[in-house]
Every structure is written in C-alpha cells, then in structure tokens.
Ligand binder design. Sequence first.
Ligand SMILES: CC(=O)SCCNC(=O)CCNC(=O)[C@H](O)C(C)(C)COP(=O)(O)OP(=O)(O)OC[C@H]1O[C@@H](n2cnc3c(N)ncnc32)[C@H](O)[C@@H]1OP(=O)(O)O
Length: 216
Amino acid sequence: MLIYLVVLSNKNFYILGYSGHSYVILDSLTKLNTTVLGYFDFKKCKDSLNYYNLDYLGNERLVDLDNISSSNFVFPSIGDNLIRKNLVQFIEENKLTQTSIIDPQAIVSNKAIIESSVYVAPGAIINSRALIKKGSIVNSGATVEHECQLGEFSHVAPNAVLTGNVIIGKNTLVGANAVITPGVTIGNNVIIGAGSVVTKDLPDNSKWVGNPLRML
Ligand SMILES: CC(=O)SCCNC(=O)CCNC(=O)[C@H](O)C(C)(C)COP(=O)(O)OP(=O)(O)OC[C@H]1O[C@@H](n2cnc3c(N)ncnc32)[C@H](O)[C@@H]1OP(=O)(O)O
C-alpha cells in the first residue's frame, strides 16, 4: 500500500471514460494527492454532470496523443469489462503509461500481486498471494482471499467475496454480494448475479444467479 501512495502522490493522470465508475476512481485519486489533467471520452459530458470540473480532451481515438508525456498516467475508468479491455488495449497500442490505483482505504497484502490498470476501491481487501490480473476491478468492500486469481478485465463487484484459492477467468463479472466458496474455478466471460452463492466450478460463457445457483 505505502508503495502506491508514495509512487502516485503528485503524479498526473488522464482518465479514459467519465461516468459513474470514474467518479469513485476520481475520489481515490484525490485522496492519493494526484492531479487529473482531463478526461477522454467519445463525447463531452454536460456541464451539470462535470462533478469534478475536468477538462474534456476529446475522443482518444481521434486526437493527437503525442503530447502526453510518458511521466503521466492514463487510466481506463469504465466499469464494463469489454469496454475496459478495449481501452487497455488502446493504452498499450499507443504506448501510454499505465499504473494501478489502490484506494488508501483498501487493504492489500504486500504478498499480493496487482498487475497494471487495476482499480482497487475503498474497503476492498486483497489477501496474501492473491493475483489480480491486468485491467480488473476489485470494487468497494469486496474481498479477494488468499491465493485467489482474478483474470484480466474481470470485476469483483461491491461486497462480493472470493474465499481462498478461487480462480476467476477473463472478462468475468462477480455480482455484488456474491460469494464463491473455497477452491472453485470460474471460466471466462461468466456473469454471476448479485447475491449468488457459487459452490461449484462454472464453464466459460455462462450466466448464473441465485442460491441455490441456477443457469440463465
Ligand atoms: C458499483 C456498481 O454498481 S458495480 C455493478 C455490479 N453489478 C451487479 O452486481 C449486477 C449483477 N447483475 C445481475 O445480478 C443481473 O440480474 C443478471 C446479470 C444476473 C441478470 O440480468 P438479466 O440477464 O437481465 O436477467 P433478468 O433480469 O431478465 O432476470 C432473469 C431471471 O433471473 C432472475 N434474476 C436476475 N438476477 C438475479 C439475481 N441476482 N439473483 C437471483 N435471481 C436473479 C430474475 O428474477 C429472472 O427470473 P425469472 O426468469 O424466474 O423471472
């Protein structure tokens, strides 16, 4: 944790996407004492919705990015997994500088590994030897227990719990307040409904809800 506080303090950020999920990220960036130089999005937001008084810099795919210094970070600020995946690919293709953002009110083991462009929200807990892969979100109050793996561009929604040794694939959503029991493996492109309890492995490309769990 301390490492992130030291590294990000006084750094400059650009965000990609400016709506609900980005507001939470912007709160974290404020707490981390960073400066946000503006936002890229496909259109300018209404002045009445510009809660953080950010400058609009255009659609990132249509503007000249040459003057973005490599000392400034660019962060994907969209909750939707596939849109966020596209944004991270854009960041990589354009050789923009990535980092992860860990809210100061999250608790992260120094034995956990957090890859690039990950957001960890307030109240989240990531325990020892967990691996959080590129572009993922561990949202407010969510728990990722010891030795879990969260695949690229996946999202553990608010208050969801991954108990020990759970493995989650790519582009998967674990809905708010869902619980995954120890050692379960979940595939890629899976949606787990809010409040579900998952006690068995789930295949790729499937959608599940409830307790007992059923496939939609
Ligand atoms: C900060 C943030 O906001 S992060 C955002 C995190 N997002 C979430 O946690 C949302 C997770 N999404 C859900 O739970 C959704 O309900 C989904 C994706 C599972 C299902 O959505 P849809 O595919 O639109 O399903 P739909 O609403 O049509 O419901 C289909 C059936 O599933 C049931 N159902 C839907 N969600 C749930 C759920 N979470 N638990 C139990 N049953 C559910 C419905 O009652 C309905 O039942 P029926 O067929 O018997 O009438």
